[in-house]
Design a protein around this ligand. Structure first.
Ligand code: C5P
Length: 221
């Protein structure tokens, strides 16, 4: 009954951190609550989209009307994203770990011995870059850029480097992580839109409304 401008569209969202296992009890990860990504999935569903949410390990309830796929590592997230294709819009909000331990040890690494063990890392796939360059490229690819300084500049560079259509620049110099408020800038080919600080749910609705407007403008062309 409400306004459903994204009806008939498939929106894919990644959210949360990834965990990269060292051994059965230890991992490395990025700091991410998943709140902004889950809010985006909720907003997309509220606007009528079919939504697939690929979620790293987070403690959040699945938003109404959203199909959720839980993953742990970046490699698992990359394959879940591939399986979820095709989609019209991809919003990659996950804080994917850039690296994972080069080798996984099946047994818990023991503390005995003198020196702590060295951790050798290897690069994870860049899910956003691969999606934007792939043959199933969605019509609209949106990335996030968490930055602590020169937020807009860095995000503009990231948009080009990753071949994303939009980058949502996220100023994380304050206490955004785990919090309920966010300050973002929407960077498109046309320029920069600055949104004021607001709750993550409102940030999500602003972004997804902008997505819906873009599709409606395209349909009207
Ligand atoms: O390079 P950086 O990690 O800052 O880029 C952030 C953007 O790229 C986010 O949209 C994030 O979800 C995405 N990303 C990804 N796969 C990675 C690293 C980042 O999809 N391995």
């Amino acid at each position: 009954a409400s306004y459903q401008p994204l009806e008939g569209r498939h929106v894919l969202v990644t959210a949360g951190p990834t965990w990269e296992s060292i051994d059965p009890v230890r991992y490395i990860a990025n700091r991410s609550s998943g709140k902004q990504g889950f809010a985006i999935a909720a907003a997309a569903a509220a606007l009528g989209a079919e939504v697939t949410l690929v979620a790293g390990p987070v403690y959040l309830k699945t938003p109404a009307g959203v199909k959720r796929v839980d993953v742990e590592s970046a490699e698992e997230m990359a394959s879940a994203v591939k399986r979820a294709l095709p989609c019209d819009v991809a919003v990659m909000v996950a804080a994917v770990s850039d690296w994972r331990p080069k080798e996984y040890r099946d047994e818990k690494i023991k503390k005995r011995g003198s020196a702590p063990p060295a951790l050798m890392l290897t690069e994870n796939p860049d899910i956003l870059t691969n999606l934007a360059a792939g043959k199933d490229r969605p019509a609209l690819v949106v990335g996030f850029a968490a930055e602590t300084e020169r937020v807009i500049d860095h995000a503009k560079q990231k948009r080009k480097r990753k071949a994303a259509d939009w980058i949502i620049a996220n100023d994380v110099s304050g206490d955004v992580m785990g919090g309920d408020e966010n300050t973002v800038h929407i960077i498109t080919t046309d320029g920069v839109e600055n949104l004021k600080e607001m709750p993550k749910a409102e940030v999500a609705m602003a972004i997804m409304t902008r997505v819906a407007d873009t599709f409606q403008a395209k349909a009207a062309e």
